[in-house]
Ligand binder design. Structure first.
Ligand code: SF4
Length: 362
């Protein structure tokens, strides 16, 4: 069996002297009288403005109160239906509006998805995420989708899907099929959102998140930075996430990979504004960690173009989840071999602990 990340360290084994064992951390957060969902934009601005080292110190302290410090969750993402999406997300090569040359494909067969899930499990992933380039799933596709969920779940993997907007009955069917997580990103601040997407509203996204919650699934919700937004927008984006009725259990933070042929990619390449400053990216991760202390903060797209040092700073700032594999939907990813080498260098191990936000919700 291919085990690129070596053998996970037993749960809770202390490696750093001031890190309490995981059992202690668990009881601490269970005894906690709840998480703040009343952050103000002013407070988040103050965090962003902290001296970098103070910010990282605070983020690392917040991280250690709820998470095993050297564990990083590994997930694999598979595109189960690529291209031809009717939405106009300006960053996305799968949009029918993009001139990226990406061909629209049909929904994959259940068996092919299960083969990919088995490979992901063999490579050390604990979660298998499936993404479809849809505005929303059609009811006629739901049987196939649910069969994918229950099949992947039966392998002992956690399941996550991102299929666009959901109706209430669709959310309930997915929950019944055993879907653990539903991903639906807010992408940016409410103010900057219309610069990026015009075919669905911010409120429609919030409504889908609400349906996912009501159906009893965990929420994966984050966004993308480096889309030409200002720091105020990054503040507004994290403020929206941290003031949802409950923090998303998983918060992916993507750094835009500008793609030629997409509206945003062409614009940013033209402006020679092709990537967010690394330190500003790390700051964004740190503020996410402080404001949503129990959530899994996930480094997603854009990681392949980050140096090892920047990734290490992101882990120090509280990121504790990554996608592995060579492809992230259609964009490049760091690749399992490079990740295994980085884990070795940093003394990181694949996560074996429970996710604190989900334990607390039980
Ligand atoms: S991000 Fe998702 S919804 Fe937007 S165009 Fe791409 S596939 Fe469609």
């Amino acid at each position: 069996m291919n085990e690129p990340f070596g053998h996970p360290r037993p749960h809770g084994e202390p490696v750093i002297v001031d890190c309490p064992p995981a059992e202690k951390m668990e009881s601490d957060f269970r005894g906690n009288d709840g998480l703040r969902t009343d952050w103000t934009r002013e407070e988040i601005t103050v965090l962003f403005d902290l001296p970098f080292l103070d910010l990282l110190f605070q983020a690392q302290q917040a991280h250690r109160r709820s998470h095993a410090p050297n564990e990083v969750q590994l997930s694999t993402l598979l595109s189960i239906k690529t291209g031809g999406c009717p939405e106009d997300c300006g960053y996305c090569s799968q949009s029918a509006f993009a001139k990226s040359g990406l061909k629209a494909e049909k929904l994959m067969d259940v068996d092919a998805v299960l083969v990919a899930a088995a490979e992901a499990k063999a490579s050390g992933s604990g979660r298998f995420c499936m993404g479809a380039a849809w505005r929303e799933p059609k009811d006629r596709d739901m049987d196939k989708i649910c069969a994918m969920v229950s099949g992947v779940k039966a392998m002992g993997l956690e399941t996550c899907m991102t299929l666009g907007m959901l109706s209430e009955p669709q959310a309930e069917r997915l929950a019944e099929a055993g879907l653990d997580y539903y991903n639906h990103n807010l992408d940016s601040s409410p103010e900057y959102y219309a610069e990026v997407i015009t075919t669905r509203t911010y409120q429609e996204r919030l409504d889908t998140l609400e349906r996912v919650r009501s159906a009893g699934m965990s929420v994966c919700c984050g966004g993308i930075v480096g889309m030409g937004e200002t720091r105020q927008d990054r503040i507004g984006f994290l403020h929206t996430l941290a003031t949802l009725p409950a923090h998303p259990e998983s918060v992916p933070i993507n750094a835009l990979v500008p793609i030629r042929g997409t509206a945003l990619g062409d614009r940013l390449i033209e402006e020679q504004n092709t990537r967010i400053d690394d330190i500003e990216f790390v700051r964004t991760v740190a503020v996410a960690r402080i404001t949503m202390p129990r959530s899994m903060v996930r480094l997603s797209a854009g990681r392949e173009s980050m140096s090892e040092t920047t990734q290490a700073l992101c882990f120090l700032a509280g990121a504790n989840s990554i996608f592995t594999g060579d492809k992230l939907l259609t964009a490049g990813n760091a690749g399992a071999g490079a990740d295994a080498a980085l884990f070795e260098k940093l003394g990181l191990v694949p996560m074996t602990s429970e996710e604190p936000a989900r334990v607390a919700a039980q």
